[in-house]
Write a protein that binds this ligand. Structure first.
Ligand code: LLP
Length: 448
């Protein structure tokens, strides 16, 4: 997906998208709520999620995986909003976390610790201790050094840590290089050949309860064949370890299911379930997946307002009030998110480059054909923004972290208020250093 290729405006297709995003009359609605009515109450830009879309995605996934007995842990990194986590937890999801911060979020959403898996390549000892204190389900350990840290912390707390080893299966997931995790040169996981020795070591450590293996090969994967390759390798490993009388009772199969940003059919999770059945289904292991994007990606919009029109007749540009700090994916991966005008003035014949206000040349969302003529004050929504949108946002250029809104039925509610620069300035208010700085300034003045 090249950032600067022209994209057909999604709204010029027959429907605004699948599921709850529809035009009624000329007005874009999310479920029963008119997005313009939210934009009158909440300043743009803001993220907006559909509870129904999350429920539908979770229901489809859980139903397809039920036949193979796979449980679902949501990858919190995709969307860590506590209301979103709570909704997913109520639907039955556990959580996959990668930091102490995400642990705090999952616990704030009242997810039972027994349903939390701690992944990630660089857990600190403090984070490990917090997770052990909370009593989480499992650590996915990614190196020998990390295993030593878990042993050390568990010993100091006098508890046993449930650990799985994350295997690097050396499989190319075919995803964007920046989100590929399963090839041997990627920083993730333990080299396939090193796993047996390390697993035996884990089994010998009284501080550990070695539960099994984990694997995650990448993200935005749109073809299931790399999963077949990876899971077949994992199955071989399970047989090898069992032949050495090492116990394996759980397999964490990772996440990575892609979504169609440019429209079109979604992945058939039934086909994925078949792969699971055929590769690891006969191993008598408890199976878990940890998807993020697939559960929430399509359920989110980033609503923004056109500030100014500029550029040449050949290349008209609309500067919108959302920037790369709010939605980093286009600048970071060349991703293209579909765009939907909030008021559809018929099928548009206009092409615009949509750009944000951030002082970086890469602050471009893309060039979209099929848009109506835009004016300052018009609003548009970027679709498929529910995953890795708000969770990756930053305050670059001293911009706000924008509000998040949840829609359900004919209601909506702000589920995170805007974090303004005033909130951040409070963190920089006169600290202890301030006095010494004042002192240094006085000295400088008197010396000059
Ligand atoms: N499990 C582990 C260990 C992961 O590293 C990830 C994602 C997931 C699960 C969930 O993957 P998903 O099902 O969401 O594909 N910021 C990038 C995506 C980075 C994904 C990192 N790891 C993006 O915006 O495309």
């Amino acid at each position: 997906m090249a950032a600067h290729a022209t994209t057909m405006n999604a709204a010029s297709r027959k429907s605004a998208g699948s599921g709850p995003l529809v035009y009624r009359g000329q007005a874009l609605h999310f479920e029963q709520v008119c997005l313009e009515s939210i934009a009158r109450a909440v300043p743009t830009p803001f993220y907006c999620y559909s509870a129904d879309a999350i429920k539908t995605a979770y229901g489809t996934l859980a139903e397809a995986l039920k036949s193979v007995g796979v449980s679902v842990c949501f990858a919190v990194k995709a969307n860590g909003n506590v209301s979103v986590l709570r909704l997913l937890a109520e639907l039955g999801a556990g959580m996959d976390i990668v930091s102490g911060g995400e642990l705090a979020r999952a616990l704030a959403a009242e997810v039972p610790a027994s349903k939390i898996i701690f992944s990630g390549v660089g857990k600190t000892r403090t984070e490990i201790a917090r997770a052990l204190d909370a009593g989480i389900h499992q650590f996915n350990v990614e190196s020998e050094a990390e295993l030593a840290a878990v042993i050390e912390v568990a010993a100091s707390l006098g508890v046993r840590a449930p650990v799985a080893l994350r295997v690097n299966p050396d499989v190319d997931a075919g995803a964007h290089t920046k989100i590929s995790t399963g090839k041997k040169d990627d920083k993730f996981g333990i080299p396939f050949e090193s796993v047996p020795t390390l697993y035996a070591k884990a089994c010998a450590a009284p501080e550990l309860d070695p539960v099994g293996l984990a694997v995650h090969i990448g993200s935005q994967i749109l073809d299931f064949s790399p999963y077949r390759a990876a899971y077949s390798r994992i199955a071989d490993l399970v047989r090898l370890l069992r032949a050495q009388r090492l116990p394996i009772r759980r397999l964490d199969l990772g996440g990575g299911f892609g979504i169609p940003y440019a429209g079109g059919p979604t992945l058939d999770i039934g086909e994925y379930a078949n792969i699971v059945r055929e590769t690891v289904g006969d191993l008598d292991c408890a199976l878990t997946v940890e998807p993020g994007r697939w559960l929430v990606g399509r359920a989110g919009l980033l609503v923004t307002e056109v500030l100014y029109l500029k550029g040449t007749a050949e290349k008209p540009t609309a500067i919108v009030d959302a920037g790369m700090n709010d939605l980093m994916r286009p600048a970071l991966y060349g991703a293209v998110h579909p765009v939907f005008p909030l008021k559809q003035h018929g099928r548009g014949a206009h092409t615009y480059q949509l750009a944000g206000p951030v002082c970086e040349s890469s602050d471009i969302f893309g060039t979209y054909a099929g848009l109506p003529q835009l004016q300052s004050g018009d609003r548009v929504a970027f679709g498929c923004a529910g995953a890795y949108g708000a969770s990756m946002a930053s305050t670059y250029n001293a911009r706000d972290l924008v509000a998040e809104v949840l829609v359900w039925g004919d209601k909506f509610r702000v589920i995170r208020r805007t974090q303004t620069v005033q909130d951040l300035l409070k963190l920089e208010e006169a600290g202890e250093w301030q006095g010494s700085l004042d002192h240094a300034a006085t000295e400088l003045r008197s010396a000059s």
